[in-house]
Design a protein around this ligand. Structure first.
Ligand SMILES: [Fe+2]
Ligand SMILES: [Fe+2]
Length: 301
């Protein structure tokens, strides 16, 4: 009897997007889990939102390097991008770090960039910020139209990922529909709570309103809960906000794309920590049967 290990479809591209990494607990989850996930799920491209990676506020060059070394191909951000002032300098020499594309002209860094995935595919990542209940920014829809028009999926790139960093679910959902069929994945960040609406939109774009944070969920959106609670109950100045230090849940979304760069399957990812666990069963089954074959010494492709 001959065995054939289920190999990933040669034309498929496997993406993992991980939501806002908060503080040391979030970084620990990235360092401990990302290298293994990359192998186990045969990932081609990984995006990590790192806007809260440095003590909950912003990102340093050393931390950005750490996340990239753990296996991320691109680090996106949001409104906290420049909380650590050094980001205004090192973002210029780090093409794998993005800030929202609709910041005013002249802002350091870039909001979109094209990368080569492990399978050789060209992946455009665009980071954009919403405007509802957030700082005034240029129109995110016009900005996305410009970026998608400049590098169309299936022509100038093989996969197109939009990180929409926004407060309201309506603005994020509208963005998903705005580029349905023109993007591989539209995923929300910033609100730090994973949503249960992960789906493939009618024209083939994978969509999820919030990837969720990668941080300790025994907290108030990743921060030690005492000070936020005090701020809600007493209107007096208090202590600094500090990230909660318990075990983080690594949160995000896993997507498999077809040769045209549209989504074939997607699943929420929640690993470790306090949240109900979730993993892409379609890849888990494949890696489990590959491991069984490995153990049996059967020939593999
Ligand atoms: Fe955040
Ligand atoms: Fe944010």
């Amino acid at each position: 009897m001959t065995y054939a290990a289920p190999a990933p479809d040669a034309a498929a591209t496997r993406l993992l997007f991980i939501g806002d990494v908060v503080g040391r607990a979030g970084r620990k989850a990235i360092m401990e889990r990302l290298p293994e996930l990359r192998r186990r799920w045969a990932l081609d491209f990984i995006v990590v939102n790192g806007e809260n990676a440095a003590g909950g506020f912003g990102i340093t060059e050393a931390i950005c390097d750490e996340i990239l070394e753990a296996g991320a191909d691109c680090v996106t951000t949001g409104n906290h991008v420049f909380d650590q002032r050094e980001a205004m300098v090192f973002i210029e020499r780090q093409p794998r770090l993005l800030r929202p594309v609709n910041y005013p002209p002249g802002t350091p860094g870039r909001g979109a960039n094209l990368y080569t995935a492990a399978n050789g595919r060209q992946v455009l990542v665009v980071n954009v910020m919403g405007r509802v209940f957030m700082d005034a920014m240029d129109d995110p829809f016009a900005a996305i139209e410009r970026e998608v028009g400049a590098c169309p999926l299936g022509m100038a790139c093989d996969a197109l990922i939009v990180d929409i960093h926004a407060e309201t679910s309506s603005e994020k959902m509208a963005m998903g529909h705005f580029v349905d069929g023109r993007a591989s994945l539209v995923v929300g960040t910033h609100t730090h709570v994973p949503t249960a609406d992960g789906q493939i939109l009618p024209q083939g774009t994978a969509y999820m309103t919030d990837a969720g944070m990668t941080g300790d969920y025994d907290s108030v959106i990743g921060m030690d809960k005492e000070e936020p609670l005090r701020r809600f109950t007493r209107k007096t100045p208090g202590a600094r906000l500090e990230p909660a230090q318990g075990e983080a849940t690594l949160c995000g979304v896993a997507v498999e794309l077809d040769a045209a760069g549209l989504a074939l399957r997607m699943a929420p990812v929640r690993l470790g920590g306090r949240l109900a666990q979730s993993a892409p069963f379609f890849w888990e089954q494949e890696s489990a049967s590959a491991r069984t074959l490995e153990a049996s010494g059967a020939p593999q492709r």
